[in-house]
Design a protein around this ligand. Structure first.
Ligand code: AMP
Length: 280
């Protein structure tokens, strides 16, 4: 596995791979790998000839009071895990080279960021969209793989790729969970023992909603209200949002249709966790 930190070297490597007619698959990450990341790498491996994984904790997607500085970082551990996963190139740029002094160009979407996580995190998706455009221009992939865990991020990237004609296949991977249902996340590390026990309510609330829908409940209100009761029944929990919405536009719906997204953001202690499921 080759490790590249320099942007121009990565671009040259991608140019030569493309000249040799190799298909480049790209998995962008912020590192501190878990099984969720590894599942995307294993999916990516099947989709091309050369897999690039990036590790970049992107300052532009963190709000001023968010966890940028304490976001977990473990390069040596990640390097070993990526190598065992069969990654070909690990791209780890420095923040100063990604956002050189004077950087003033950002990617911006009109509607999708006005829902779900975008309400509490107003510049988050501008930061995500911008870094993904930059990484795509550097890595020049044919295919890029993202997790459904960050559903709104996936929707934003799909929409941006379509709107701006990137010509890159955007592929998604299922949410990987701990054995008790908690969606894997680098931020789970922040949870205390008691909070970790409470954190399973996100997946429990989604499972209860799925169950209710299967038993014939279609109305959004009782589904959301039951999810809220389940979440608040555990200590240390506070709901940021519970939404039933259209999986493409993320607009709220009153009734569960053929395919409806239930998305949750819940504080467990000070840690904000997200999860989602397609109902119906
Ligand atoms: P992150 O390092 O948290 O920015 O995540 C990098 C990629 O891994 C994103 O596309 C995430 O959606 C995806 N991801 C994170 N957690 C999971 C999970 N539990 N299952 C599947 N994919 C995940």
């Amino acid at each position: 596995m080759t490790i590249i930190t320099d942007i121009t070297s990565m671009q040259k490597k991608s140019d030569s791979l493309r000249l040799a007619a190799k298909r480049i698959v790209f998995v962008p990450t912020m590192g501190f790998f878990h099984e969720g990341h590894l599942s995307l790498m294993s999916l990516g491996k099947k989709l091309g000839d050369h897999q690039v994984v990036s590790i970049f904790v992107n300052p532009a997607q963190f709000g001023p009071h968010e966890d940028f500085w304490r976001y977990p970082r473990a390069f040596e551990r990640d390097r070993m895990m990526a190598e065992s996963a069969g990654v070909d190139t690990l791209f780890c740029p420095e923040a100063i080279s990604m956002y050189a002094p004077g950087h003033e160009t950002y990617a911006y979407l009109e509607h999708l960021p006005r829902h779900l996580c975008g309400l509490l995190r107003p510049n988050h998706f501008q930061g995500v969209a911008t870094v993904i455009v930059k990484l795509f221009n550097i890595v020049k992939p044919h295919t890029a793989v993202f997790g459904e865990k960050d559903y709104q991020q996936l929707a934003v990237i799909r929409k941006m790729s379509r709107d701006l004609n990137f010509g890159i296949d955007i592929v998604s991977g299922h949410i990987v969970r701990e054995s008790d249902g908690l969606a894997m996340s680098s931020r789970n590390l922040y949870l205390s023992g008691e909070e970790r026990c409470s954190a399973i309510v996100l997946s429990e609330a989604l499972a209860a909603a799925q169950n209710d829908v299967e038993r014939g409940e279609k109305n959004a209100r009782p589904l959301i209200s039951r999810a809220k009761d389940i979440i608040l029944s555990r200590p240390h929990t506070r709901v940021d949002y519970i939404s039933l919405c259209d999986p493409e536009t993320l607009e709220d719906v009153d009734e569960v249709g053929r395919k409806t997204l239930m998305a949750l953001a819940v504080y467990v202690g000070k840690t904000r966790l997200i999860d989602n499921a397609i109902l119906g």
